[in-house]
Ligand binder design. Structure first.
Ligand code: MLT
Length: 242
């Protein structure tokens, strides 16, 4: 007799900070890396605007070796552009003719590190509010156990990443199983504040930290929903358009 109560839906799990990554096993799972302000929003927007590949590297030193080889190099530490790099980490820097069709080395304080930590996963994609619907559709179509990996800030929890994770969980709650409280908490957080997300994020420490750098327009963009129809997928070297 078949057990009609058996639940075969895949599992959706949220890793709220890189400090908790060891509790998750990416093998055979899809991983959605989430760094809303700003790395994954920038990656999604850059690919949408015609950048060919965004190549994450862990350290400034590694990026320097690519710079010496003639590559375009982008990145920040503590939110501040590395002075001798071509670009920082603002989504607005990757929208013009000068970057169309280009491969760009990208190193950031938190987001790009999480991509490299996710190696071993079945697929790694970059999720953000700017490409939210494309990410919802992709996760649903894949129908596979999925980790939503929040980049946070230096191993600490940040609210904007958890909010996007919560938006995903809420959208896909019928198609996936939720089996832990991090995932449930992200969903409830999003449900509670979704009408006033920017106002809520303005109270967050991550917002205040980056606001001091004068990047409020970047933050507004990263919290907006222009619906770029792009799924940035990691091909083993960098993020390309699926
Ligand atoms: C990061 O990776 O830590 C962020 O994208 C920081 C930033 O906003 O530049």
């Amino acid at each position: 007799m078949t057990n009609t109560l058996e639940d075969n839906r895949p599992i959706l799990e949220v890793c709220l900070t890189p400090a908790l990554w060891d509790q998750h096993d990416p093998k055979d799972k899809n991983v959605v890396v989430i760094d809303i302000i700003r790395a994954t929003s920038t990656i999604a927007s850059a690919l949408h605007h015609g950048v060919k590949k965004m190549i994450p590297v862990e350290t400034v030193e590694e990026a320097n070796t690519w710079l010496e080889k003639g590559y375009l190099v982008a990145g920040e530490r503590d939110g501040i552009k590395i002075p001798h790099f071509h670009f920082g980490n603002s989504p607005f820097e990757f929208m013009g003719e000068d970057v169309r069709g280009k491969e760009i080395i990208h190193t950031t304080t938190n987001g790009t590190r999480c991509v490299l930590k996710s190696k071993g996963a079945r697929n790694i994609v970059a999720g953000s509010f700017v490409n939210q619907d494309a990410i919802f559709d992709w996760i649903k179509k894949e129908n596979r156990n999925t980790i939503l990996f929040c980049a946070g800030w230096k191993d600490h929890y940040v609210m904007d990443d958890a909010l996007f994770a919560g938006a995903v969980v809420r959208e896909l709650a019928d198609d996936f199983r939720i089996i832990d409280d991090s995932t449930l908490s992200a969903k409830l957080l999003y449900k509670h504040v979704r009408e006033n997300m920017l106002r809520t994020v303005k109270q967050a420490t991550h917002f205040k930290r980056l606001q001091r750098l004068g990047i409020e327009n970047d933050i507004k963009f990263c919290m907006s929903n222009p619906q770029f129809d792009v799924v940035p997928i990691f091909d083993g070297v960098g993020f390309v358009k699926l």
